[in-house]
Write a protein that binds this ligand. Sequence first.
Ligand SMILES: *Cc1c(COP(=O)(O)O)cnc(C)c1O
Length: 388
Amino acid sequence: MAAIASAPASFLQAMTAVKRAFNFSAGPGVLPDEVVHQCQQDLWSIDSTGIGIMEHSHRAKTFDKVLADAEANCRKIANVPSNYKILFVTGGATTQNEMVPKNLLAQGQGAAFLTTGYWAEKTWEECRAHFPSSYEAWDGRVTKHTYCPADNELKWQDKPGYVHYCSNNTIYGTQFRNSDGSFRYPSIPWSDVPVVCDMSSDIYSRPLDISKFGLIYAGAQKNVGIAGTTLVIIREDLLDLHKKLGKKLFTMETYATHAKGESRHNTPPAFPIYVSGLVFKWILSQGGLETMHKHNMDKAAIVYKAIDAGFYKGHARPDSRSAMNVLFRCPTPELDDKFIAEALKHGMDQLKGHRSTGGVRASIYNAMPKAGCEAIAQFMADFAKRNG
Ligand SMILES: *Cc1c(COP(=O)(O)O)cnc(C)c1O
């Protein structure tokens, strides 16, 4: 192949000489350095094709391999059973608020919801508006979404078409977890009711048993890539449930379409899928989910210890503390602002809490290095000393 230009090495060198901040953004979030470096190379030319990843046809061999590898590695990470499909769809996690009920509920049927946070509220409200026999088996608003309910706190009513919950509440910083931080699966009274889980902010941060779910979805931009694609892991019998329920949906609304077309019925978000593929490879290279879990528990312990030292007030009840999003407040909102501004000067960015909660939020997803958690914990101690 005759190259018309060579890779701009001096430009790459100059760029990587720039120091990166510790990025505590809740989403889009931090990516592993190795992934960003690989993107820099492949934007120019991937696999010696002389064509960058963003410029390849989604039907070309190069992309066939990108997609196949992404799927295979995604499957390998969590031992996704063979009766589940892995799909990369568009529209963000929010579009799943529409696709899930359209595909899984018959007209007049309802679903049951565990409302544990901001995104779970949105999911419930959307479904209720279109399927009014839906109900909440848990309403966490009354306790300000400070924890995830125990099984005996859930109020089940009629048998629903599915049960929906969110494993990690990005905005309130709570997570369904056991005392060692491992995945806690709420127990559902019906074995034949599919469980649907929004794992946008903690997918692949710890081991999980896919077979407990009918459908899992996650916007890629928090733990497994960038904005533009949403990972859907769906049990095969649910792919065309809408047909069995006697419903007629538009082509792009059905999971069956995306499964049949192997995530490219139409032009898929090729670059975001490619980035997710790199993140999956990175997770495997780190040792997989057991290692991720240990790494994340270590990191979270460093930051929560700084909260428990006094001065700061954490939002989550300790037994529901998220290892992904750590929320806390200083004694006054003015001190929160001061904390955020001073932390920025020390190379720690994106610490402002969501507009609905205020305070400080440190998101410490898989790709946040331990050094970032040590840096913020040290800054917290120092700030408390100076302002306490
Ligand atoms: C960020 C987030 C969403 C929204 O994702 P979009 O891709 O922006 O639609 C939904 N649920 C959870 C748990 C999230 O963290």
